[in-house]
Design a protein around this ligand. Structure first.
Ligand SMILES: C[S@@+](CC[C@H](N)C(=O)[O-])C[C@H]1O[C@@H](n2cnc3c(N)ncnc32)[C@H](O)[C@@H]1O
Length: 344
């Protein structure tokens, strides 16, 4: 039946399975309930011993019957367990939501303004414009720069992802030959500090917007690396890139840039590189994968960038006077090892 023809009420065969599939896909309740328990820090007050919802509500400063409803919804998906009515424990999934878990995901989820922007996604699909800018009248980074509480949350989400990404990046690539490394768009230095903690001969430079660098100063000092890190505050698309490092990294930065911005940025990095320097571009880059497809849509809604296939990166790299030597699969990310074309 052509899709333009309405289904006659009498003849329509209802597939309850299809309705259920759509209901699951369009569901908002679980993502928001999960975010709510993350914000409230519920998992921090649970362990293996069952705890009553009243106790849990007291510990989290919440309304007991409402918390119970939220916990039951998440229990249906295995996020918490309810071994006896009204008593809850952690599961392996919600263990990751504890703040003290070494791979904690408590703050990994998207911010409230991201959600507002997502609710205007149809604007992006209709026009190709950035929904975030349409809703807030300014771009993502300037909005965050004058909302310090949200900026803190954003930073935590980047730290959570970095903890996971770093494990694979250390496994799949030999970082040991570098003695100087500049992380471009390195936010508060979590990735750089992760590398410094493993390679004692390494010293680093961190470059990002002024707001990120202001918080990096405290984070780098707290990690004990103040004497091994130089901080450079500036716009990667305008300010010169600090010259002469053994390695330059940019992790999940190009994903937010347009093609023209990437080319301009890569040329600026090339100008800063020695003939034997390496640029390591770390990006989600396999659009067939469900997660990177989702990431691509985040970019449609939140900024000017997108997820690109390895061949698209190779073309941009080649057009900027650089050469991509190899692409290494680092699970959530691909690592593009790039050198000056003249040195290839
Ligand atoms: C998605 S975050 C990734 C942060 C970090 N590299 C990581 O992987 O955790 C993108 C970072 O790039 C920075 N950034 C984006 N555009 C920039 C620009 N034009 N100049 C300087 N920093 C920029 C942001 O401030 C942010 O810290």
């Amino acid at each position: 039946m052509p899709s333009s023809q309405p289904l006659g009420a009498g003849r329509a065969r209802v597939s309850f399975e299809a309705i259920g599939t759509l209901a699951d896909l369009a569901d908002l309740t679980l993502p928001f309930t999960l975010r709510a328990v993350c914000h409230l820090g519920v998992a921090d007050h649970l362990g293996e011993t069952p705890r009553s919802y009243e106790e849990l509500a007291k510990a989290t400063g919440t309304h007991p019957p409402s918390l119970l409803r939220a916990m039951r919804a998440l229990t249906t998906k295995g996020i918490f367990a309810e071994p006896e009515p009204g008593y809850f424990t952690l599961t392996p999934v919600s263990g990751l939501l504890r703040t003290d878990h070494p791979m904690s995901m408590r703050w990994a989820y998207r911010l409230r303004p991201d959600v507002e922007a997502w609710s205007a996604m149809d604007h992006s699909v209709r026009t190709g414009d950035v929904a975030f800018d349409h809703v807030y009248g300014e771009d993502y980074w300037s909005y965050l720069s004058h909302h310090p509480d949200l900026y803190t949350q954003f930073r935590e989400s980047q730290r959570a992802l970095t903890r996971i990404e770093l494990q694979a990046l250390l496994r799949v690539y030999d970082w040991s030959s570098f003695t100087t490394l500049t992380d471009l768009g390195g936010n508060d230095g979590a990735f750089l500090c992760g590398l410094l903690s493993r390679f004692p001969r390494l010293s680093g430079t961190l470059m990002d917007f002024p707001g990120a660098i202001a918080s990096a100063a405290g984070a780098v000092a707290a990690a004990g690396f103040a004497d091994r890190v130089s901080l450079v505050s500036g716009d990667l698309l305008e300010a010169p890139i600090p010259p002469g490092a053994d390695a330059y990294t940019c992790k999940r930065v190009l994903i937010g840039f347009s093609d023209a911005e990437i080319e301009a940025f890569l040329r600026a990095v090339l100008a800063a590189m020695r003939p034997d320097s390496k640029l390591l571009i770390l990006e989600p880059s396999n659009t067939s994968d469900e997660m990177t497809t989702a990431m691509d849509l985040h970019m449609l809604v939140l900024g000017k960038g997108r997820v690109r296939q390895p061949a698209e990166f190779a073309a941009l790299i080649g057009a900027s006077g650089l050469h991509c030597r190899q692409v290494v699969d680092a699970r959530l990310l691909n690592l593009f090892e790039v050198v000056p074309a003249a040195a290839a």
